[in-house]
Design a protein around this ligand. Structure first.
Ligand code: SF4
Length: 398
């Protein structure tokens, strides 16, 4: 039986990174408490709110059926992401996690908090652990101050070295680091340095993302319109980024990390259980402004605007901005795209059986181009070609 994951979105940041145009805002801290209260209310009243909004019907049905009720542990992972959720008062995080425990059956085995290194303080970290947080995902992005400054990040290299021991002393045994390949001013040497320093701190889990520049972000506008304020001219080329990715593959492999998803590496047993649900198309419920949910057959997202979200929940409503009932074709595409992101690959025989399709021909072209490999009915991306995995996905759609 699939266990349910819960995602909580906290859309507040200390500053806006130059490349980012997410629906996150730099707001007065006085807005945090009403937001946290709205999230708690949404969690506690989610059945009525979802029913009134006309979404997640099959999930509600399953939750009431024997299939779900006969298992005591229903919710097993929580991921509090953002934005920068570590900005919230730990009491707010405690209230949100209490609301989850009181509303859902289950045992919260993996509870992740996204944090920025400059927000890590001993008192806060101890309170996080008391609240039940047992995994912290640090948005480090780089160990080079020049890159951090250019990207508009608040923390510096020294903050990373200050924050990690604080977390360890507080009892966090599962730390994940995010790095971004392709930040302005990044060079092969500085990237190597970041990878070496990361390995020296030995987090249990690592995510490496290629820089994605939103067109509406300050850096995106500068790239399109010119200018020198946000270092658009110092953004590495796509070829350099691919090289950085391949360097990360080698360095992390040599440091004992198991590459289990295109952007993710883990020490054995520390794969992100919550994020695996996304790639395996298992159900999750999202709470908070802009949070996405997936029931197995429907996807929907809450309204992005945090103030509008709070006002709606306070008046007993949920504003759903996107809602999609998946067709069989849509579900099949998701199986392929999300499944192939995992380095273990996908079982074509299972997918063909479940969807009543024949897929062999679709994979022959990309297999003969050396982009995927086949072992029995399992197809997986070729590790040496992961930096061009987009080509696989484009080919699959032809
Ligand atoms: S990249 Fe993350 S921390 Fe930076 S502004 Fe966007 S959401 Fe906030």
């Amino acid at each position: 039986m699939n266990k349910l994951g819960i995602y909580v979105q906290v859309p507040f940041c200390q500053t806006k990174c130059t490349y980012c145009n997410f629906h996150t805002g730099v707001v007065a801290s006085s807005r945090f408490a009403p937001y946290a209260e709205a999230v708690c209310r949404e969690i506690r009243e989610h059945r009525d709110l979802l029913r009134a909004a006309g979404v997640g019907e099959d999930l509600a049905e399953k939750a009431h059926s024997q299939e779900w009720l006969c298992h005591e542990a229903v919710v097993d992972t929580v991921y509090v992401g953002g934005g920068t959720p570590s900005l919230l008062d730990p009491a707010h995080l405690q209230n949100i996690l209490d609301a989850i425990r009181e509303t859902f059956a289950g045992n919260l085995e993996e509870v992740t908090l996204e944090a920025d290194p400059e927000t890590g303080e001993a008192e806060k970290a101890a309170a996080w652990v008391r609240a039940g947080i047992n995994r912290v995902s640090f948005g480090l992005q780089s160990f080079a101050d020049k890159e951090l400054i250019a990207a508009g990040r608040m923390h510096r290299r020294a903050d990373i070295y200050r924050a990690v021991p604080i977390l360890r002393e507080a009892g966090i045994r599962n730390i994940s680091f995010d790095l971004i390949a392709g930040l302005p001013h990044q060079t092969k040497e500085s990237w190597r340095q970041s990878l070496d320093e990361l390995a020296g701190l030995a987090p249990e889990h690592v995510s490496v993302y290629l820089l994605e520049i939103d067109e509406g972000s300050r850096l995106g506008k500068e790239l399109l319109q010119g200018g020198g304020r946000y270092s658009a001219g110092a953004v590495p080329s796509e070829d350099e980024m691919a090289e950085f990715y391949e360097m990360a593959q080698k360095a992390l492999g040599a440091a004992g990390y198991h590459h289990y998803e295109i952007s993710n590496w883990a020490k054995q047993g520390f794969e992100s259980r919550h994020n695996l649900k996304y790639w395996r198309r298992e159900p999750y419920l999202g709470f908070g402004a802009g949070a996405h949910s997936f029931s197995g057959t429907e996807r929907w997202a809450n309204a992005h605007d945090a103030a509008a979200y709070v006002a709606a929940v306070q008046s007993g409503r949920l504003v759903v901005e996107q809602h999609e009932k998946l067709t069989a074709d849509g579900a099949l595409e998701e199986e392929l795209f999300l499944g192939l992101r995992q380095l273990d690959g996908i079982d074509l025989a299972r997918i063909e059986r479940e969807y009543g399709v024949t897929l062999g021909g679709r994979f022959e072209r990309i297999a003969s181009a050396g982009l995927v490999e086949r072992e029995g009915s399992v197809v997986r991306l070729v590790p040496e070609k992961l930096s061009v995995s987009n080509e696989v996905f484009v080919e699959l759609m032809r």
